[in-house]
Design a protein around this ligand. Structure first.
Ligand SMILES: Nc1nc(=O)c2c([nH]1)NC[C@@H]1CN(c3ccc(C(=O)N[C@@H](CCC(=O)O)C(=O)O)cc3)C=[N+]21
Length: 294
């Protein structure tokens, strides 16, 4: 079994992004990512600060806006409008989830599609489904890069996605069955109402676990030599301590899989790297500066 090292692949992407930042800066464009947080959840705070640290590492400008979690929803919509109108901001990410009194769909529609580096605006979702993506959503794009790094070409293979979320399950399925590099797999999407899940996953050459259920994928559910991509980030109590586990029972599955992504150090760092990638892409398109994307 090979571990697919997300930290290493992400570091390569960041290095390529840093070169793009230099090219843009030389052309007089200082690429900038704005993160917006309307939550007091400590995990969300951690993720946003990691994204800001990533910006710093590649020499990109990072702007952070905090909106009080019990402020009126209008305050978030106004913040987004201001960032849309600011020509020095190229990418906007509103950390999800937002509080219950805020309409998530309205937030996603409010972001200028040209600055929508998450790829969640309906226009960008439509383009992805139409096979003409502007910004590939960060986690699915990161997964494609991890498969490529592990020399796994999905073309003609059986891929099974477990989970049908808008941010991972749906877009990764579209990329896996779609035409183009990293696609052309025969793709099945399983979810909470799937009967005989294991029958599906056992047929898979590639399993993408994105259900949000801690360690639900066990060795009996995967075929010998399969590639297993673990998208889960679940904080659980183990022996009185809080630890991070994926949707895959790593210790069980590692002995059977051909290649597997660990948690942490697999998909997570790739999600963040592809966010930087989308931000330099956004800046290059907004200012018509050619860059060599990694
Ligand atoms: N608009 C929006 N876009 C997102 O992309 C988005 C979001 N909202 N809301 C929350 C989820 C979650 N997410 C993660 C990204 C990286 C790690 C990550 O880098 N994890 C590290 C370690 C994490 C740790 O130690 O806690 C790893 O897996 O190695 C985790 C979680 C992005 N999300």
């Amino acid at each position: 079994m090979t571990d697919i090292d997300g930290n290493a692949v992400a570091a390569e992407i960041r290095s390529g992004v840093a070169d793009c930042v230099d090219t843009l800066t030389d052309a007089g464009v200082e690429p900038a990512l704005a993160t917006v947080l309307m939550s007091d959840d400590p995990a969300s705070e951690t993720y946003v600060s990691m994204k800001q640290n990533d910006c710093e590492e590649v020499g990109m400008r990072g702007i952070h806006v905090d909106v009080d979690d019990d402020a009126p929803a209008e305050e978030l919509y106004d913040t987004i409008d201001e960032l849309n109108d600011d020509p020095e901001v190229h990418g906007i990410l509103v950390q999800l989830p937002v509080p219950d009194h805020v309409d998530t769909q309205r937030v996603l529609r409010a972001i200028d599609p040209a600055k929508d580096v998450d790829g969640f605006h309906p226009e960008n979702v439509g383009r992805l489904v139409g096979g003409n993506a502007r910004f590939k959503p960060c986690t699915p794009h990161g997964i494609q890069r991890l498969l490529a790094a592990a020399d796994v070409d999905p073309e003609g293979k059986e891929a099974v996605v477990v989970g049908r979320s808008d941010i991972v399950g749906k877009p990764i399925a579209n990329l896996l069955f779609g035409r183009g590099e990293g696609g052309n797999a025969t793709t099945t999407v399983c979810h909470s109402r799937t009967e005989n899940l294991a029958e599906h996953t056992r047929r898979a050459d590639i399993v993408v676990a994105a259900a949000g259920v801690p360690e639900m994928i066990t060795a009996d559910m995967v075929s010998e030599g399969a590639t297993v991509i673990d998208v889960g980030i679940n904080r659980v109590e183990r022996d009185g301590e809080s630890t991070l586990v994926g949707d895959v029972d790593y210790d069980d599955v590692a002995g059977k899989a051909g290649a597997i992504t660990p948690v942490p150090g697999g998909v997570g760092p790739m999600t963040r790297a592809m966010l930087l990638y989308n931000t330099v892409k956004a800046a290059s398109e907004q200012h018509d500066v050619d860059i060599d994307l990694p």
